[in-house]
Design a protein around this ligand. Structure first.
Ligand code: SME
Length: 178
């Protein structure tokens, strides 16, 4: 595991918790019911406002064992990720947030952008924690710096995903749209 310390520096000097609160307010004001527009806007908000990212976006879980590329900001990325592979696959399989401080130490990491050094991937779950819980996809954030993400990122991003999941109307069958 890499020991390089990461110093979070917001453009306006905001502490990380305040930045996530602002993003939450902004996204709550922006969100509608269309899942595609909401995912596009959230990937834009994150990419524009969170420092030290080289990729922010969605992979969606259709009825196959693959994750399909959704709205994102950053370099063009892999179209499909088998659920058995990569950090995104691990988040989808385990339905748990994955924080990877050094992608080179993660077996099976998929390098869509060779600059990525660390990443965080959160599962997106409809009816989270209930018996009818359903995996909708994952949110993937990549950084060119090691150790970029911590539990505060996980908490802030989870609150944004909660807004996304609650407000969006999701398709009943992904295979019709992906
Ligand atoms: N980071 C991912 C692959 C997707 S790209 O980095 C956009 C992974 O290893 O799961």
């Amino acid at each position: 595991m890499s020991e390089t310390p990461y110093q979070f520096t917001d453009r306006r000097g905001l502490p990380k918790a305040s930045l996530y609160r602002e993003l939450h307010t902004e996204f709550t004001g922006l969100v509608g019911t269309r899942w595609l527009a909401n995912c596009a806007n959230l990937s834009s908000l994150l990419y524009q406002h969170l420092p030290d990212l080289n990729w922010a976006g969605f992979y969606l879980a259709d009825e196959s064992s693959h994750l399909r590329l959704g709205p994102f900001h950053g370099l063009p990325a892999c179209l499909d990720i088998p659920i058995s592979r990569g950090v995104c696959g691990a988040a989808a399989r385990t339905r748990e947030i994955q924080i990877v401080p050094d992608v080179e130490q993660f077996p099976g990491h998929i390098a869509c952008d060779a600059r990525s050094r660390s990443e965080i991937v959160l599962p997106i779950l409809l009816h989270r924690g209930r018996t009818n819980e359903k995996l909708l996809g994952v949110l993937d954030l990549d950084s060119p710096l090691p150790n970029r993400f911590d539990n505060m990122d996980a908490e802030g991003l989870q609150l944004l995903i909660d807004v996304l999941v609650e407000k969006s109307k999701w398709p009943s069958r992904w295979s019709d749209v992906l």
